[in-house]
Design a protein around this ligand. Structure first.
Ligand code: PLP
Length: 479
């Protein structure tokens, strides 16, 4: 590594990225390329001799950017946006620069220790119960994604119960969630060897705004117990993917506790909002949980990936996930003096992800992070009001955070026609490249999702987006 070359190329790369952000609004938000487009544009094999950074960056401009969907565009309103910030970017850069491999404490002590500090900081911002902090049996860890978080806690919970009832009982273990729970739960069940017929996906409906009813859970658990099965894992969600429904944590936690189930809370998107005192109520009941997860990369200005998982009993994770090969043995680990995060996650290797979160927390400060969240929620309220005022549209579920679920209102009482119309509206608007939003299905209705959470989004982008949606809807309705 030639430091002067790094300086020169590094500056050039930063200029390139800065120019990208400066011109980001000139790109169609949704990439317009067709499948396989890149194959024809690139050589069949890697170059035999070095090329220059300029050549590569020219190709990025000409060949890669057209195939990029611009998640950082201020007109990106799809799925749940992922956040980037200068602070997060600088932290990523530093992490790439140091390029450590911090699987165990000794492999890079600062990486582990900074992670413990920053996840504790965020736990305090969220006012999580003390048991989730690192000073006792609990603690937090940065996972790559909320999906990984669910998988590791499910494996921890599975092994904990199997240690007491015997390994043969695996086929009796039952998992509970609602039909709004993220699909990562299903994947976790598959990977953890849970029999799919033992996954209870409990039905929700509009009467609870798609939150899981404790009575449904209780009923399912009782039935399973009668059948000789073993309820062992419950996943509750704060801010479901489709419509940001909030499950009643305290009531669910009570049922989980009385049946000795592991209770995991997935707050991947909405968890960030709970650093604001006025939104903290949505995680009331978290004290009943065994684990809690939120994605700083979704809505807390930290570049992907940065999913924060806290557990009350870290030994449940380490007992399920530890390995101790000779080549990694060291005094600090043997003496049990340190945290070795390799035993809290699936892979061995891990990046120094705490740096970017530390940068974000320090360069913004908690008050600015709260304002950031509040601003997105304010913009979502504006969008919601615009939708409500237009008789062609309806808001489908009450908005809680920064997602608005809406659609063209029923046409001629014909649901099928209405669904098709909304689908056409989504396709037409998205293919225009002017903005990007997404959809879901709720109670068999095709519902449009407008999620505000891109860092560059301002009121003008929301209003412009609404104008495009409204115009396209008028056109479709006039046909
Ligand atoms: N859980 C919820 C509620 C989500 O909305 C999502 C993604 O949108 C996930 C989990 C998955 O997150 P990740 O991409 O970090 O695995």
């Amino acid at each position: 590594m030639d430091s002067e070359q790094l300086r020169e190329y590094g500056h050039r790369m930063v200029d390139f990225i800065a120019d990208y952000y400066k011109t980001i609004e000139t790109f169609p938000v949704l990439s317009q390329v067709q499948p396989g487009y890149l194959h024809n544009l690139l050589p069949e094999s890697a170059p035999d001799h070095p090329e220059t950074v300029e050549q590569v960056l020219d190709d990025v401009k000409a060949k890669i950017l057209p195939g990029v969907t611009h998640w950082q565009s201020p007109s990106f309103f799809a799925y749940f946006p992922i956040n980037g910030s200068i602070a997060g970017f600088l932290g990523e850069m530093l992490s790439a620069g140091l390029n450590t491999m911090s699987f165990s404490w000794v492999a890079s002590p600062a990486a582990t220790e900074l992670e413990i500090v920053v996840v504790d900081w965020v736990a305090k911002l969220l006012n999580l119960p003390e048991q989730f902090l690192s000073k006792g049996n609990g603690g937090g860890v940065i996972q790559g994604s909320a999906c990984e978080a669910i998988l590791v806690v499910m494996i921890a919970a599975r092994d904990k119960v199997l240690r007491s009832v015997g390994k043969k009982a695996l086929e009796k273990l039952v998992v509970y969630s609602s039909d709004q729970t993220h699909s990562s739960l299903q994947k976790a069940c598959q990977l953890a060897g849970i029999h799919l017929e033992n996954c209870r996906v409990l039905k929700t409906d509009s009467s609870t705004n798609y939150a899981l009813r404790p009575e449904s859970l209780q009923e399912a658990v009782s039935k399973d117990l009668e059948a000789g099965l073993i309820p062992f894992f419950l996943c509750g969600t704060v801010g479901t993917t489709s419509s940001t429904a909030v499950d009643p944590l305290a009531a669910l936690g009570k049922i989980a506790k009385s049946n000795e189930m592991w209770f995991h809370i997935d707050a991947a998107y909405a968890g960030s909002a709970c650093i604001c005192p006025e939104y903290r109520q949505y995680i009331d009941g978290v004290e009943t949980a065994d684990s809690f997860d939120m994605n700083a990369h979704k809505w807390l200005l930290t570049n992907f990936e940065c999913s924060l998982l806290w557990v009350k009993d870290q030994s449940a994770l380490t007992e399920a996930l530890s390995t101790n090969p000779e080549y990694l043995k060291n005094k600090a680990s043997q003496a049990n003096l340190v945290v070795d995060y390799k035993d809290w996650q699936i892979p061995l290797g891990r990046r120094f992800r705490a740096l970017k979160l530390w940068m974000v927390l320090r360069l913004y400060g908690a008050e600015n992070l709260k304002s950031y969240i509040r601003n997105h929620i304010k913009l979502a309220k504006i969008f919601e009001q615009l939708v409500s005022k237009d008789p062609n549209f309806e808001v489908v579920t009450p908005r809680i955070f920064s997602l608005v679920c809406f659609r063209i209102a029923a046409v001629d009482n014909d649901e099928k026609k209405c669904n098709n119309l909304n689908r056409s509206l989504l396709d037409a608007v998205n293919s225009s490249g002017k903005l990007l939003f997404s959809h879901t299905i709720l109670s068999e209705k095709f519902v449009l999702r407008f999620a505000i959470g891109a860092p560059l989004t301002e009121e003008k982008h929301v209003k412009e987006a609404w104008k495009v949606i409204q115009e396209e809807a008028s056109f479709l309705l006039s046909k």
